[in-house]
Design a protein. Structure first.
Lengths: 775, 173
């Protein structure tokens, strides 16, 4: 980071802290979420129904179009060549044989690539999208092992792949920082402009004085998202306008960022991404879209770029490894007197943020003293990036295993220890919680799971070769809502509403859920609502990330709906049964407006539009700044329960039962929500038992860059996973709903590890817990 | 002679390097068959060849001359969904939908293997003439089809429900 950037970040930090104080002190009723969303009161609508996915028939027929499946006339195929050193210069680059190979249209290297501006790094601006701000094929530098240095375009993929294999390159290698001992400097990491550091009191002294204490070091490896859909794009220039069929979690961000890179107006870039084959944080703007667009411009042809699985590992970042030290001090009753959570994680100088593993510890438990810190060390490697629940996924591993160890030392039930230390307000910020029912989640989960059958003495239950144990852990993920939300409602004369919003569908059930919400908001049946999304031409800057999309879309539609009601009342005029009524006196029901306390005063949308001679009514609304997150401490919560069977002879761990008990506000669609929860939990099982990006610290190269050597949970690894929830609406969140996409992966790793300890008596603190560590 | 794909004869590619998967996706525009790794590790490209499930990414198209290939576009009759496709929707056996065609084709091929009595890693009695349609048998036999969204429970539920009628009563869970 340059000094200028640092100064900018510091200034932003000061401005933010002044703003935050003002918002904390402001009366809650004036803020977004200050008055509960009226939909929370409605209990008999479409919200809460297990509606099957509206795009289900498309998906099960394989008819949902993904980015690398759009066919364009005259399209050519791209192949990338990746560097094999971590740092240095390209000395010779022989592309002659590749250029002469059959079908080749273009070989692009730094010699002939168009001049491009550096990609705007995510979080560096409102619409910055890039996971890496390194220059893209602009010079002879090599910045990481796997950086693309040449791109081939050919008439077929086979021709492009073959020609790529004919390129010869030599390097002048330079010493590279590819392991923590050789890191190019370390400093306190920052996240969203704030340092990842918190100190309350003297935690080290409190720990030393505590009658009960645990202290341990936990290591988590790098992880890769491994969405099943490979990153890819099909794109074409038409004049000076660029049309990108992309696989992205950020259509609006990508359009703006591509415009910056190519020196265009934002409106000259069109990004479409209606279906994304899994994202988990990885489907952002990386070099492949930029290189493909550059090559398409040089060649004057549409281009399809579909990365190989290795290609994804080479240029798309993953989660960084962490080494975390957690120390907990408690008094004789088990009340925490010290929480220390410090550690180190590598990062590149070109990526947006370090793995912020202390985040869950900031609001988990009450304690008199805290010392939290993330040290970031800079390496020359492929950019690290956010992966499902950045921070919480691996931070809860350390914190929640340590809590289990403390409970054991105290002779307490680990659930009771957690409940004893439940904070009344946010322990660090002091803000009130918007809604926190984690105790209820624990009680319900414990009863359902049969927690009372757990023997607290480790290694006390054996069935043949199998040692059986149970463990639990807390899950947590913050409620986020990012600035920029907007949506448009088009109501037609037949009473059909179309919602237009630049949101994304990568499996969350976006169109389905927002059809339900909008139908309730507008008083319409489901089949009278269509949700159009996944295109940068639609309103809103809405990231499918941070579990925030539902809140952002929901509030945007709510704002548009307020506009709509105002416009309808104006159009209704004096000849309507609604004459003279204000927006706060009416509600939407039965495809029209009616007076809240006098249902007889009603006029249908169709009638209002017909009388006013309108064929349709178009309104747009923008979500206010997310000040609610500065006034209340807002988090989704969960209690995870796991039963494992560990083979006493082979060390093999089998998860036999798992239950997630969630408190995430109102659940909008129990069918799709259960899938989100289960999906997170299953990724958490992978984190616990098998997932590891193997990074060669000698040369900075990822070794297991395929789905054979990077192990994901497969069907036989996944037991039936039960999910339950409190369904208590959050009065300060749109629809009463907090995020559900990421929380499932949090707490899961610790629940598995704690169950393994209960089964075997072994504490494994180096993840994943593979069988060799249990022998 | 060419290849029959979903009942239609198609020409073999000129380039012998073309995989069956790329023939389907790039030449025939049957993009329901997915590419998740191109290395035989994920199962997203599973299709049926003469009723048997194969990984089309590991198959060269020219090797399939004279064979009959069924892709997800050929499952179900006259535009109606196959019962298994309907069950996937009911049980939410997918999220992003990318692995889904491979899961469905794989399950259809897998059930035939089960009917023929082909044992798996979890089959207790290798001499048994009939194999139970237990969840573990289904799970083991579907383990070559990865799903990163974590729809495993719904997938197994959908398969179990669709083929419950085929299960032996004593084996049903």
């Amino acid at each position: 980071m340059s000094i200028v950037d640092k100064g900018k970040e510091a200034a932003q930090g000061i401005a933010q802290s002044v703003m935050k104080k003002a918002v904390e002190l402001a009366p809650g009723a004036l803020l977004p979420g200050g008055r509960p969303d009226p939909l929370i009161r409605r209990q008999h609508g479409h919200i809460g129904k297990p509606v099957s996915r509206v795009d289900g028939p498309l998906k099960v027929r394989g008819a949902a179009p993904f980015a690398a499946e759009i066919a364009l006339d005259g399209m050519v195929y791209a192949a990338l060549a990746y560097s094999t050193i971590a740092k240095g210069r390209i000395v010779t680059l022989d592309t002659g044989a590749a250029e002469a190979a059959p079908g080749v249209v273009l070989v692009m290297t730094h010699h002939n690539a168009p001049r491009l501006n550096p990609p705007p790094r995510f979080l560096s601006g409102d619409k910055a999208a890039a996971g890496d701000d390194s220059p893209v094929m602009q010079d002879d530098r090599v910045r990481w092992n796997g950086e693309p240095f040449a791109l081939v375009l050919a008439e077929t993929q086979e021709q492009a792949d073959h020609a790529r294999s004919l390129i010869r390159v030599t390097y002048a290698e330079e010493p590279a920082a590819t392991s923590l001992p050789t890191a190019d400097g370390c400093e306190v990491g920052t996240f969203m402009g704030e340092p990842l550091r918190a100190v309350v009191g003297d935690a080290d002294a409190a720990l030393a004085a505590a009658p009960h204490k645990v202290e341990a070091v936990f290591a988590t490896p790098g992880h890769n998202h491994n969405a099943l859909e490979l990153h890819g794009a099909t794109l074409v220039w038409r004049g000076d306008e660029l049309f990108v069929h992309d696989a992205t979690q950020a259509v609006a961000h990508t359009a703006w960022s591509m415009a910056q890179i190519f020196g265009l107006e934002e409106a000259q870039v069109h990004v479409s991404s209606p279906f994304v084959g899994g994202g988990f944080g990885a489907k952002g703007l990386w070099q492949h879209q930029i290189l493909a667009a550059a090559a398409a411009r040089l060649a004057g042809r549409p281009v399809r770029i579909a990365l190989s699985r290795e290609g994804v590992y080479r240029i798309v970042g993953g989660r960084s490894p962490t080494e975390q030290r957690v120390a907990l001090g408690a008094d004789a009753d088990g009340r925490l007197t010290a929480i220390i959570h410090r550690g180190v994680t590598p990062k590149t100088r070109h990526s947006p943020m370090p793995e912020p593993f202390i985040l869950p510890t900031q609001s988990a438990y009450a304690a008199r003293t805290f010392a939290l810190e993330v040290q970031t060390c800079y390496l020359d490697m492929v950019a690290n990036t956010f992966m499902r629940a950045p921070g919480e996924a691996v931070g809860t591993v350390a914190l929640e295993c340590a809590m289990d160890e403390l409970a054991e030392q105290l002779g307490m039930d680990p659930i009771e220890l957690r409940i004893l230390n439940e904070p009344e307000k946010d322990p660090l910020s002091g803000r009130p919680f918007s809604s926190r029912n984690i105790v209820a989640a624990y009680r319900a989960g414990a009863q359902r799971f049969g927690w009372d059958r757990r023997n607290p003495v480790p290694r006390s239950r054996r069935e043949g070769e199998w040692l059986v144990g149970m463990g639990c852990a807390t899950a947590t993920y913050p409620y986020h809502r990012m600035p920029g939300g907007a949506a448009r409602i088009t109501l037609d004369a037949a009473g059909h509403a179309r919602i237009d919003v630049a949101a994304h569908e990568m499996g969350m059930g976006t169109a389905t859920t927002h059809t339900q919400v909008a139908a309730d908001r507008l008083g319409l049946p489901l089949d009278a609502v269509t949700v159009r999304y996944g295109d940068s031409s639609l309103p809103g800057v809405i990231l499918a990330g941070g579990s925030q999309q539902t809140a952002s879309v929901g509030l945007s539609v709510m704002m548009a709906h307020q506009e709509l009601v105002g416009e309808l009342l104006k159009l209704a005029g004096n000849d309507s049964p609604l004459a003279g009524l204000g927006a706060d006196e009416v509600e939407c029901a039965d495809a029209g407006l009616r007076k809240l306390d006098e249902p007889g005063r009603f006029e249908s949308y169709a009638s209002i539009l017909a009388r006013s001679g309108r064929s349709e009514l178009v309104v747009e609304g923008s979500a206010p700044m997310p000040l609610e997150t500065m006034h209340w401490s807002m988090h989704s919560h969960g209690a995870m329960f796991c039963e494992v069977r560990v083979n006493a002879i082979t060390g093999e761990t089998r998860v036999s039962r798992f239950l997630g008990s969630f408190d995430c506000g109102r659940i909008l669609n129990p069918k799709t929500a259960a899938s989100q929860f289960r999906g997170g939990i299953i990724m958490g099982l992978g984190l616990a038992l098998m997932e590891e990006t193997q990074f060669d610290g000698r040369n900075g190269r990822i070794m297991n860059r395929n789905l054979s050597d990077y192990h994901l949970p497969v069907h036989l690894d996944v037991p039936e996973i039960e999910v339950i929830w409190t369904d208590i609406p959050d009065p300060h969140a749109p629809m009463g709903a907090r995020g559900i996409g990421e929380i499932g992966i949090t707490g899961t790793g610790a629940a598995v590890a704690n169950a393994i300890h209960n089964a075997t008596g072994r504490r494994v603190r180096e993840f994943p817990i593979t069988l060799d560590k249990l022998l | 002679m060419g290849i029959t794909v979903n009942g239609t004869d198609v020409e073999l590619p000129d380039d012998p390097r073309v995989s069956l998967l790329d023939l389907l996706r790039e030449t025939l525009h049957l993009s329901g068959t997915k590419k998740g790794c191109d290395q035989g590790a994920c199962g997203a490209c599973t299709v049926l060849v003469d009723g048997q499930r194969i990984l089309s990414c590991l198959a060269l198209a020219v090797q399939y001359e004279g064979r009959s290939v069924t892709t997800i576009e050929g499952i179900g009759a006259d535009g109606a969904l196959h019962p298994l496709q309907q069950a996937f929707i009911e049980h939410d056996g997918f999220q992003c939908g990318y692995c889904t065609p491979g899961q469905i084709c794989s399950a259809i091929g897998m059930i035939e293997e089960l009917r023929r009595g082909v044992p798996s890693h979890v089959t207790g009695d290798l001499h048994a003439t009939s194999i139970p349609y237990s969840r573990d048998e289904l799970r083991e036999r579907m383990s070559g089809n990865l799903c990163r969204c974590g729809a495993h429970n719904g997938i197994i539920d959908a398969i179990a429900e669709t083929y419950r009628a085929n299960a032996h009563p004593e084996a049903a869970e």
